[in-house]
Design a protein around this ligand. Structure first.
Ligand code: SF4
Length: 454
């Protein structure tokens, strides 16, 4: 039974706006839900696949099933005025170009590049902006290989959504590994290279291995860890089982480990359902057998996983499968954030209640953490000091490494959902990092963009 299910789903088939009505299970949805897929799917990226549909979604529970919500558009994901604008355009029989124009207008209002990604993090070499890279934290360079700018399915909350909706001027991506190598050689402070996207594991091994070979051949002594940020284990574990280059991909992993570098697969799992199939368990075992580590991370999202029991179950199962729980993130200030957002105080409460349920081996996880403009900021808790209710925070990563691990304090605010909603506690005028952050920005931004300075 399982063997035949594996055979049936192990040939990848994607579904998007143009063909999702062919999915047999869609007949369970009401006309209203189907219309919402059409309307929202014109604005936010939409792609699912046969593994997600046949093995992960519990169709008895649709539309509220968390994995359905994770990959299928729902009406509430757009603000009512945006929904109406797109719905009206579709109902009026607008042309393809007109629909695109309306969609782009709405997208522009959804903070397409949160946390200063375009303005402040793009490194330079020999006077060229390396637009397929980001260097925000001293030790880590992010690399966006141009063939890895899509995913096996799209998460409805994705903060990288501009990558997927054809807005070229908003895309990262570069082919030049040579420039990357040069940058890593010149910046000896960099120890970690993170392949990200989209999903770099969407790349065929031939392409992925070409990047890796160039990097390994350059023998860069400061480079210690190669990380791969991927959701392939959640969305397409057959990548490591039955795809035609599954064996070769695993060999490339092995090659990295044998070269003496640490290989860390930064696996993105949002819900325990994604850890439950035979396929994902086998894929994890095969990756672990190459010597790679698997670290796990996910944002905390209303309507998907905003419940301490879900997180505790997920962390336990990850450890059982030999993975290392790593991050709980707060939903970023972009895209459908209004639908997924969990205020910071509540996020901390969920984290704490989950953390209390698990043993020390699961407590490698850190969170809840915001990847905000100045750095990764963890909400450490709520306390009362001399009658003032406060929130304690700290940097897990900072644009200035000196900020890391210093606690700082904000006024208690149970509605705040992001760092810039918070105000300093104890009557202070600003947080300790603000002046220096301005200096850092001033060094990196051009005259034209100074007007938009955060
Ligand atoms: S897998 Fe990552 S990059 Fe791809 S849609 Fe999901 S969150 Fe975005």
């Amino acid at each position: 039974m399982i063997a035949s299910a594996t055979k049936k789903t192990s040939v990848y088939k994607s579904y998007a706006l143009h063909n999702y009505r062919q999915i047999p299970q869609i007949s369970r949805l009401t006309e209203e839900h189907i219309k919402a897929i059409d309307v929202v799917g014109h604005v936010l990226p939409f792609k699912s696949n046969n593994y997600v549909i046949d093995e992960l979604i519990n169709w008895e529970d649709v539309p509220d099933d968390p994995i359905f919500t994770l990959t299928f558009p729902r009406k509430e994901m757009l603000l009512p005025e945006h929904y109406k604008k797109m719905e009206d355009a579709i109902d009026s029989g607008a042309s393809k170009d007109e629909l695109k124009r309306v969609a782009n207008e709405i997208r522009a209002e959804l903070n397409p590049h949160p946390a200063g990604q375009l303005e402040h993090n793009v490194p330079m070499i020999e006077g060229h902006r390396l637009t397929g890279m980001q260097h925000k934290y001293r030790e880590t360079v992010l690399f966006f290989p141009s063939q890895g700018q899509t995913c096996h399915a799209y998460c409805s909350f994705c903060f990288r959504w501009p990558q997927f909706v054809g807005m070229d001027e908003w895309k990262f991506g570069m082919r030049e590994t040579e420039l990357l190598v040069k940058y890593l050689q010149e910046h000896t402070e960099v120890t970690d290279l993170l392949f990200t996207g989209g999903d770099p594991m969407i790349m065929k091994n031939k392409i992925f291995a070409a990047y890796i070979d160039t990097i390994l051949e350059a023998d860069i002594p400061n480079l210690q860890t190669i990380r791969i940020g991927t959701k392939s284990l959640g969305y397409w574990p057959y990548k490591y089982l039955t795809d035609d280059d599954a064996e070769d991909t695993l060999k490339t992993f092995e090659k990295i480990v044998k070269s003496g570098k640490n290989l860390a697969i930064m696996a993105h799992f949002n819900h325990p359902a994604e850890l439950s199939t035979k396929a994902v368990k086998n894929a994890i075992a095969r990756i672990r057998a190459t010597g790679a580590q698997i670290r796990t991370q996910s944002p905390l999202m209303r309507n998907i996983n905003a419940d301490p029991d879900i997180w505790a179950t997920m962390w336990r199962e990850q450890v059982n499968l030999n993975c290392i729980p790593y991050y709980m993130f707060v939903a970023r200030d972009t895209g459908a954030q209004h639908y997924f957002k969990v205020p910071l105080v509540e996020a901390w409460d969920i984290f704490r209640k989950a953390y209390q349920q698990v043993s020390g081996v699961c407590r490698t996880v850190r969170g809840p953490s915001m990847s905000a403009s100045p750095g990764k900021v963890q909400v450490m808790g709520v306390s009362e000091v001399k009658g003032e209710k406060i929130m304690t925070l700290r940097f897990l990563q900072g644009r200035d490494p000196d900020w890391v691990a210093k606690p700082f304090f904000a006024k208690y605010d149970e509605k705040a959902i992001w760092l810039n909603d918070l105000e300093p506690a104890f009557g202070e005028e600003k947080f300790f990092f603000e002046d220096e952050l301005k200096n850092i920005y001033n060094e990196h931004i051009t005259e034209e963009s100074r007007a938009n300075f955060e």
